[in-house]
Design a protein around this ligand. Sequence first.
Ligand code: BGC
Length: 730
Amino acid sequence: MKAFTVYEDKYNNKNIVNNGNKFMTGNGYMGFRGTLEEYTKNELVACNISGLYDKQGDSWREPINAPNGLFTTLIVNGNEISLLQLEPVEHMQSIDIKEGIHRRNTIWDTKDGKIIVKAERFISLEDFHLICLKYSLIVDKQCEVVIKTGIDGDVWDINGPHLENYILEDQNGLIKILSTTQELKVPVVVAEICKKSFEAKEVIEKGEKSVIRCIEFKAEPNVEYTIYKYVSVYTGNDETSNAEQDCEANALKAVYIGYEKAYNEHIIQWKYRWDVSDVIIEGNEEDQLAIRYSIYQLQIIAPVHSNKLSIPARGLSGQTYKGAIFWDTEMFMLPFFLHTAPQVALNLVNYRIRTLDGARKKAEYYGFKGAFYAWESQENGEDACSDFNVTDIFTGRPVKTYFKDKQVHISAAVSYAIWETYKFSGDIKLLLRGGAEVILECARFFYSYAYYKEDKDRYEILDVIGPDEYHERVNNNAYTSKMVYHTLDVALQALELLKKGYPKEYLELVSRLNYSVEIANIIKFKEKLYVPGPDKKTLIIEQFDGYEKLEDCSLTEVKSRLLDPKEYWGGGHGVASNTKIIKQADVILMLYLFRNQYSQEVKKANWEYYEPRTEHGSSLSPCIYSLLSCEIGNEKWAYPFFVKTANVDLTGETKQFAGSIYIGGTHPAANGGAWMATILGFAGLNVKVGEITINPNLPKTWTKLSFNVIVRGEKYLINITQKDQKIIKL
Ligand code: BGC
């Protein structure tokens, strides 16, 4: 294993779907699944476009996959040579995560001799619309070859088809597919130009949704025949007045630059990315690769090019989870970007500022004031989550779930993220240009959501779902109430800050939002908000009212009650609903986020209590258990959870299908969690204004941990060994 390469050296068609995730490439504008050139929609090929959604009929809205400009297959002496038809004698698929290059190398032994295909591709980090492929063929006996290559517009969709009005073009060596989305009629254009290292006859074949070149030639033994494909992708969502023209011009520009130069420009951008974000672990090769791989996954989905986009829960690996943005981004991915790519962090929070009106509409819809952010947010902040988000495996009927209407902690996550970004960057513009407004509107929402209990003279947050989705509509979920408290706290801090430093802007904001009455409400609400605390004797914080009374049985016992492995564990009659088994970190997440406010004894007692009761049924869970273990100073507890988090997309050991629906994809929250566990956990990095501290507790096998962080424009190098530690300002 090399520290920058992930590879498989055997072909196994059972891995096709999983490898699509594992060997992903991308650049934040688009993600390309790690499928091979001859694959089609049956193998889940996808060129997933960030931020462009479509709805077909009554099914849910999802992001679109653009036509596949890389499609290439081979015919030798009249027979199709493809992994889907013929077992290879040798096969290797790899991803070089240092340079963002996908490679495959396949050898077939056929009656016409040995056939070798080598391919290399990248999604350019220099030109966000560009995909390049170099595809070579070598045979050992003279033969008649047809390379079929072009644009396959018959794309894979979960709830499609999303594209219509296909126009197929072929002019002066450039082929093109123009289409529009069904719902909003947004143009999607893919253009391709193919250059060859050899002379050949070329005919264009047009299908219903494809334009394919048939490159015909006689291949001589042991000569390498190479084609270079330059594929350009544009949509009407881009900053362009003419997507079609720009798309064509971009393909032509790429040809002019040439493969080698485009390749070099791309890898230089990767070098810049790694210069700030690389994490070096010495002493354990597996962990080294896993942390770099997690960082790679975050880099390929980072919206560097746009401050209008955020990152979907499954990255750009396809249409699962509706391509929607969840709290995953704010709570699990943002810290990586804050510390290594501040502009991306700003882009991410800007997405929430931009979609504030969507959150206002949602609050109003449910009869509340302020901003209630979408549980599953798409381009304008509307909620893509359906009221019946789960299907009953036995009856096939949709089951009412309350994720959308009761996971109110999403608004607190948004406020939390904006405040963290402000604290980290010191950038007051963030607050002045919408950040403060979002926080104030979230605080207002919580005030209108809360209940005042006269008998107890306190406010309570009732009828919610905390991070543990298996227990729906609970009262006084400790995590949610604590996060609400935090929202109120930062709303008041933001008001104070503006009042003192920016009185004009303060007055404008307070008057525009009609907030003066609200300020008094929020002060009172904060004073009297009930946040469940540790039990005096046991130190356990009850996850929600009545949790203590639920059946206390083991995870194994709950699993054994499943009648079908695909059954949903939560909701009305789920196997976990009436037990203490929880889906993911809940109280533990709260203890981690507010670690300075709880004693080590409380943290330890709760970790020991909740961990055996946690299914870790969400990939968001293990990293939090790892982080809190580090906080307690117990690296032994932390390490296995780090390993689980950091390997999630390498092993692919997660659910891929629910019934017939593909729910797999990559796990960016876990990727961000792996970075947090390493840097904020094992290194114990803590950045405060004017002060950077570390408090390391390295896993036993790590002889060295080394990484960079950027704080307010200054770069620092941190070197930690088992004996020594240094923070060096660069
Ligand atoms: C988790 C949520 C998460 C979502 C998207 C669910 O399984 O319970 O917390 O936001 O997946 O990753």
